[in-house]
Write a protein that binds this ligand. Structure first.
Ligand code: ZN
Length: 293
């Protein structure tokens, strides 16, 4: 039975790419009963009924899945944050990083609009870059006038499924359009970030960019932590994850516990104090959230 990857979902059809061919498939009738809902990005087995038509027979186990937009098996998220207008916010960046890490997706930080900075502001952004790099994150900076210095991003796309994430107003959609001019994505990002509960009727599609696949819809439009539990939180900060075995208590949350290696490292500024501050505020946010029913 042929295997392939779902590239697009539209009106009950799944477009499965196998080799160089695209097959228009429906899901097996049984899927509804089993509550299996194939997603863009899924690896599937399918039966060919007519030339270029078929039925999806089996959906392979996913490594991860996003709800908004609905995509499975994402390898990496390019987090676009701006240096200016809106001003750079390490809090917002850390929020995105937590969401991306919690979904077991590899983040790449892309700081846009660096060309708008004064010398002082640039020095500050450079020191942030250094901190994030020292944590182990990949950081790229856009230095062109139009904030879209993209060549450096190209190598990241090969052999990966990527989503573009980031605050509104940083140019996610224009970035996607520049990566693949055939996309012609609406550059109005505000609607997607403000109407959290409201779904747009647009379909989701994976498009080929630089030998990889990129979702044509920006990811992580909701910045809520409602899918993240407390135990996951410390694991999503790589610099804390590395030290956690040095804490006296197993399962140390690095908040009030004695002999905590993370708090000691923050004291010595081996862990950036602002990162720890954000960690604590995320802890409080998850800890005090109302249970969902
Ligand atoms: Zn600790």
């Amino acid at each position: 039975m042929p295997e392939g990857k779902i590239m697009k979902a539209l009106s009950g059809f799944y477009y499965v790419k196998s080799g160089q061919d695209i097959y228009q498939c429906r899901g097996r009738g049984l899927f509804r009963k089993q509550k299996i809902s194939p997603l863009v990005g899924d690896e599937v087995q399918f039966d060919i009924s007519n030339p270029n038509e078929g039925y999806i027979f089996e959906v392979k186990e996913r490594k991860n899945e996003l709800r908004r937009p609905p995509i499975a098996n994402i390898d990496q998220a390019i987090i676009v944050v701006s240096a200016k207008e809106p001003d750079f916010s390490s809090l917002l960046l850390d929020r995105f990083l937590l969401l991306v890490e919690a979904n077991q997706i590899e983040p790449v930080i892309f700081i846009s609009k660096v060309d708008m900075l004064s010398a002082d502001e640039l020095a500050k952004i450079n020191s942030y870059q250094e901190i994030y790099r020292s944590i182990g994150y990949q950081v790229e900076v856009s230095s062109t006038k139009d904030g879209s210095d993209l060549q450096q991003l190209m190598p990241y796309f090969s052999n990966n499924i990527s989503v573009i994430a980031g605050q509104s107003g940083v140019g996610k959609s224009s970035l996607l359009n520049k990566l693949n001019p055939q996309l012609d994505i609406e550059t109005n990002e505000i609607s997607s970030s403000l109407n959290r509960g409201k779904h747009t009727t647009r379909h989701v599609e994976l498009v080929e960019i630089a030998a990889g696949l990129v979702a044509d819809t920006p990811g992580f439009s909701s910045l809520e932590f409602d899918q993240i539990d407390l135990e996951t939180l410390p694991v999503c900060f790589p610099e804390m994850r590395r030290l956690q075995n040095d804490c006296k208590f197993r399962g140390c949350m690095h908040i009030n516990e004695p002999k905590c290696a993370i708090k000691a490292a923050v004291e010595k500024e081996e862990i950036a104090p602002f990162r720890y501050k954000h960690y604590v505020s995320f802890y409080d946010e998850i800890h005090t959230r109302k249970p969902r029913y």
